[in-house]
Design a protein around this ligand. Structure first.
Ligand code: PLP
Length: 409
């Protein structure tokens, strides 16, 4: 079995300080993951090729059943992408033209994009600074007679406060569509995300915690009626070939993707534990390097939330300078998200302005995602934190007063 040369390089660097080369690893090393499951994946691909059944079929059905079993879902309907999962769920929830859907401006574009794609209007509500998730306290004020749904996002792998969100829209005939694209396996009060609202939407984009070899998605539903509707919607509203009951689209999971996802699903719980362990290790390293004044680690409000760390996004002072200094040191980072959705040109027609959602604006200036993946080595994590510490040490020499400024939250 081939091993990842990147990981081997990294181990060599850390075990022989004489070879003081820069760290060299990817933000997300999918090759390292593939190396651990190569035989299983190649066998699954071969089986599909031998069957020559590529659309829906037994692999897709088996994946949906295994998904539902693993995550206690009542109904699981796969589709072509996480973005489509959101669109299909909104249509199944009866959201359409001139309806309003309340959501967060601090997310990936598809969240609000899906709302606009079904002809509805995204209505933004600001986030809670500590969790980066929709601030349920502000929802009630945004509800109007046109509000048809609320779409919380479990950002970075941490569940939104679903109790407070449910309470905010209780008895208002408002559906809850969870954008759980980043949060497969995450829990809120011990319950898996995707099962708490009326619909749960998942993505199998390669960088998600359960990533396919291409695009894929899945919707969970709570009732047989909505499950049936979703199954119709993904095949042009057709139950019987060339008979079309409703207007739908072509949005199916490929059998090849399903076969690969079935293999990966068997490992997901172990990988998630690996991510959680890396997150804990970062916290310990931040303490060891005395970084608590300069950066803050993501929070997990209580153990019953079970954060799955699709991202480990810190808040930090002087983010852009830190990021470029890390880049120079060979440390890969990302910014999710540099521009909140209310300020995206595609949504200028909604008429929002900078400052409308101050917490989202501030988060977009302060967040920095550090590499976090199950196969990450201790040496790699240490090199990340050492480079962060080196940046703030240099900064304190030039601007002593800035370093002690605590992050406003
Ligand atoms: C990835 C993602 C999506 C979209 O999923 P795709 O499979 O890429 O279409 C939607 N919402 C959030 C929050 C995401 O992170």
């Amino acid at each position: 079995m081939a091993t990842s040369t990147k990981l081997v390089d990294q181990v060599c660097v850390s075990s022989s300080p004489a070879a003081a080369t820069k760290p060299n690893f990817d933000f997300l090393d999918l090759k390292a993951q593939f190396n651990t499951i190569r035989v299983e994946v190649m066998e699954a691909i071969t089986n599909v090729m031998e069957s020559q059944i590529f659309i829906l079929g037994s692999e897709v059905k088996a994946f949906e059943e295994e998904y539902a079993k693993e995550f206690d879902a009542r109904f699981a309907i796969s589709c072509a992408s996480g973005s489509d999962a959101l669109v299909l769920a909104l249509i199944a929830a009866g959201v359409g033209k001139d309806d309003e859907v309340i959501t967060t401006p601090f997310s990936f574009f598809a969240t609000a994009g899906s709302i606009a794609r079904v002809g509805a209007k995204p209505v933004f509500v600001d986030i809670e600074p500590a969790t980066f998730n929709l601030d349920a306290k502000q929802i009630a004020a945004a509800v109007t007679p046109r509000t048809k749904a609320v779409m919380p996002v479990h950002l970075f792998g941490l569940a939104a406060d679903m109790d407070a969100i449910k309470t905010a829209v209780a008895e208002k005939n408002v559906s809850i569509v969870e954008d759980a694209a980043q949060a497969i396996g995450a829990k809120f009060n011990g319950e898996f995300v995707g099962n708490i609202g009326d619909f749960g939407c998942f993505s199998f984009f390669p960088s998600k915690n359960l990533g396919g070899a291409g695009d894929g998605g899945l919707v969970t539903a709570q009732t047989p009626e909505s499950a049936d509707k979703l199954r119709l919607l993904r095949v042009h509203g057709s139950r019987k070939k060339y008979h079309h009951e409703i207007l739908g689209t072509n949005s199916r999971l490929d059998a090849l993707q399903a076969a690969i996802l079935r293999v990966k699903l068997r490992h997901l719980a172990t990988w998630t534990e690996g991510r959680r362990a890396k997150a804990q290790r970062y916290r310990e390293l931040f303490a060891e390097f005395n970084l608590s004044g300069a950066v803050s680690a993501p929070v997990e409000p209580q153990a019953a939330y079970h954060h799955v760390y699709n991202q480990f996004s810190i808040r930090c002072s002087d983010r852009d300078a830190l990021r470029s200094s890390l880049r120079d040191a060979g440390i890969p980072t990302e910014v999710y998200y540099p521009i909140p959705l209310h300020l995206q040109p595609a949504f200028s027609y909604l008429g929002y302005a900078p400052g409308d959602f101050p917490e989202s604006d501030q988060a977009s200036r302060e967040v920095l995602a550090l590499p976090v993946f199950p196969e990450m080595t201790e040496a790699q994590q240490r090199s990340v934190v050492e480079a962060i510490a080196a940046f703030y040490r240099r900064k304190v020499n030039f601007h002593p007063q800035k370093h002690t400024k605590s992050i406003s939250r």
